[in-house]
Design a protein around this ligand. Structure first.
Ligand code: C2O
Ligand code: CU
Ligand code: CU
Length: 475
């Protein structure tokens, strides 16, 4: 079911919607505060009757939505909804996407993190003109079960289009999911800045704020989960939920924590880890995903909050006001039901082998400076790196400046080996890695198949579209 945000928000004011979403008021206590229950994005309906085939229709078009207090904002949306409807598929599925661009300008649809043929990648090499249609077709690889997302990637306009509301989740499921049966929540994080007339504030590069946005990446003071401000979810004490968290912000880094609760980090961009990791907070840079088991270890009636803790990714001169403040993202309300007895959770999620680093064909160094990769600005007509099909390579990412840059490679999942020479504890599949200021990160990658030209770039979208991007040709 795909429901436009405008419709949902209109309904939110009616007693019908509230009656369905709110818990029953407790007898003999004051009425509970009205709150906005977290809504799951709709799922793209499958139009195919073929086995193992998922055929969906996606249209990108302008739409009026209500994002801040009763005002109307022009957004750009997939199928009328912000976030767009979820593409929910299984490993081995053949996926056919019939896409229509009803925006006033060219766009693409990029399946961020998914291993698909070059022509289907939705990179700036394959623009879809305003008014045009395109069909994307790919097979979802086995072993890729995880949380991904789709977003536009046109030359020089990615940040604008994502900030206007074009982003949606892509969930790949495995037949043998070790966490099957655990209640799931999709948590898509985004932020935005608005002008007094409630339009999205996207100033030109030549303005003072435009220059700051170019430096920091476009960051907003209003934080959203699934395009809702500080929504709530309910949990029963003793139960566990599996959260698939996507950072769809153009630049913001989230340091996620639920005070009073330890998080069980179970997966990254490319799916589940081998072993869960207990942690107090999880850093999620732009475009990264995390799978987390949230254990309701509190008592019935408790209230907890998913927060973003301060994280200094900035150059001191352009830190946005309030950067050092903790921000609330989501309220977790424990129901009054007695605690359920906690179920045992698996300690091994799947088997992940390290890629063989004794067979490395090349080690490449990518030096990151403010706006440049290896001193160059992106040129669609140039190939920056050339690799051989089947080769295993080590990439060394050196951040030479005083600001974090999250590095993303299209088409292939990699395994981070070490950060500043300190080895990571277990192999994790990732397509984006945050490289903190003045740090060096190394990853290993294997170019199993799919010849073509693949982008690699900083996923601070202002940096990406202003040239902090290069092209890897695999052949
Ligand atoms: Cu999220 Cu070049 O992509
Ligand atoms: Cu990508
Ligand atoms: Cu950057």
């Amino acid at each position: 079911m795909t429901v436009a945000v405008a419709t949902l928000l209109a309904l939110a004011g009616s007693s019908v919607f509230q009656g369905a979403a709110l818990p029953q008021p407790r007898a003999a206590t004051p009425p509970v505060a009205v709150y906005d229950a977290l809504r799951a994005p709709g799922t793209l309906p499958n139009r195919s009757h073929e086995p193992r085939t998922v055929e969906v229709e996606i249209t990108a078009a302008p739409v009026q939505v209500s994002l801040i207090d009763g005002a109307t904002t022009e957004a750009w949306a997939y199928n009328g909804a912000v976030p767009g409807p979820t593409l929910d598929v299984r490993e081995g599925d053949r996926v056919v996407v019939r896409f229509r661009n009803a925006l006033p300008e060219e766009t693409t649809v990029h399946w961020h993190g998914l291993h698909v043929p070059f022509a289907m990648d939705g990179s700036p090499f394959h623009p879809v003109a305003a008014g045009a249609e395109a069909t994307f077709e790919f097979t979802v690889p086995y072993g890729s079960a995880g949380t991904y997302w789709y977003h536009p990637h046109p030359h020089h306009r990615t940040r604008y289009q994502v900030a206007k509301g074009l982003y949606g989740a892509l969930v790949v499921r495995a037949a043998d999911d070790p966490l099957a049966g655990i209640e799931e929540k999709l948590i898509i994080l985004s932020d935005a800045r608005f002008l007094p007339d409630a339009s999205v504030d996207l100033p030109a590069r030549t303005t003072p704020q435009g220059r700051i946005d170019f430096e920091n990446g476009w960051e907003g003071d209003v934080l959203f989960v699934n395009a809702q401000r500080a929504p709530s979810i309910e949990v029963r004490a003793g139960t566990v939920q599996r959260w698939r968290i996507i950072n769809a912000s153009a630049a913001r880094v989230y340091r996620l924590a639920i005070p009073g609760h330890r998080l069980l980090h179970v997966g990254s961009d490319g799916g589940l880890f081998e072993h869960p990791v207990e942690t107090d907070d999880i850093l999620l840079a732009s475009s990264e995903r995390a799978e987390v088991l949230v254990r309701a270890t509190g008592a019935p009636g408790d209230v907890a909050t998913l927060q973003s803790l301060p994280y200094d990714r900035y150059i001191p001169q352009t830190r946005p006001p309030g950067w050092e403040q903790t921000r609330d993202l989501l309220t977790i309300r424990y129901t009054d039901e007695p605690a359920a007895s906690p179920a045992a959770l698996p300690t091994t999620l799947r088997r992940i082998e390290w890629l063989d680093t004794t067979q490395v064909a090349t080690t490449r160094t990518i030096a990151m400076t403010q706006g440049f990769l290896n001193g160059r600005v992106m040129d669609l007509a140039r190939v920056d790196e050339q690799a051989t099909l089947g080769a295993t390579e080590i990439w060394r990412l050196e951040n030479l400046v005083g600001m974090d840059h999250p590095f993303h490679l299209h088409g292939f999942q990699f395994q981070v080996l070490d950060r500043n020479g300190v080895p990571v504890d277990q192999p994790r599949w990732e397509d984006t890695v945050n490289v903190p200021k003045h740090e060096t990160v190394r990853f290993v990658v294997r170019f199993t198949d799919f010849a073509g030209k693949w982008m690699f770039h900083c996923h601070i979208l202002d940096h990406e579209e202003n040239g902090m991007m290069g092209i890897l040709e695999v052949r």
